[in-house]
Design a protein. Structure first.
Length: 234
């Protein structure tokens, strides 16, 4: 039987095209889930279909800098592993970080879960911090400035010598904090709840000391105790 070469080539091309389309369409139509028993990686980026970064899980050495609207600036101080969260525009808005080791023969440990204000720093944090015998753990709530932080400027300023001029420049770049509430185990081994005004001044504190003595202190805007209630008076 005589074979027409041109027809054979045409038939081959048709079959190949059909097979390729079947593979592509079949792959797209089927499930895209892969199952692994163990994955060893240094970093995982979770992204939306349009590429927007929503979460990063990373080792200490692969943690990202500060990312705002998809643009990254080196972080001045984040020597921990963990998980960073990003909002709908791809801007960091919280995270979970942790670290710990023996340093100079003393145990150190840190674990913190925090959430940020829009393009600002953390406003809510739950943390445990240990440096030898110096330990504290608790929940903190903070106010932050209304304007966003200029992170590239801050990254440059933190490398400069500390002083009044640098502090003023940092404030101008949007850096600021006014603590509002704190509940936890303090460094002096007391458990306490402290409430502050909009300027960050402590105005009320409920405390149980390590020896069990309980007090309620009311303070003025200069931090002076104006009234104190203690269980010793009972």
């Amino acid at each position: 039987m005589k074979i027409d070469a041109s027809r054979a080539i045409g038939a081959y091309a048709a079959v190949t095209t059909f097979a390729t389309l079947w593979l592509v369409l079949g792959a797209n139509a089927g499930p895209k889930t892969a199952t692994f028993a163990t994955i060893d990686v240094q970093r995982i980026n979770i992204r939306e279909p349009d590429g927007t970064l929503r979460m990063t899980i990373a080792s200490r050495d692969r943690m990202p800098g500060i990312i705002v609207a998809g643009r990254e600036t080196p972080h001045p101080d984040r020597p921990q592993a963990g998980m960073i969260f990003y909002n709908d525009e791809g801007t960091e808005n919280g995270g979970l970080v942790f670290s710990g080791a023996l340093k100079d023969g003393k145990p150190t440990n840190l674990g913190a879960l925090s959430f940020d204000r829009w393009r600002q720093d953390q406003t809510v944090s739950l943390s445990s911090d240990e440096m030898g015998d110096d330990r504290q753990a608790g929940l903190a709530i903070n106010d932050r400035p209304d304007r966003p932080v200029d992170f590239p400027t801050v990254a440059r300023l933190v490398r400069q010598p500390a002083g009044a001029e640098r502090d003023a420049a940092l404030r101008a770049a949007g850096v600021g904090i006014a603590p509002r509430a704190c509940l936890g185990r303090m460094r002096d081994k007391a458990s306490a709840l402290a409430l502050r005004d909009a300027a960050g001044r402590k105005r009320l504190e409920l405390r149980v000391a390590a020896d069990g003595q309980a007090t309620i202190d009311f303070l003025d805007d200069r931090g002076r105790v104006t009234r104190s209630i203690s269980d010793v008076a009972r």
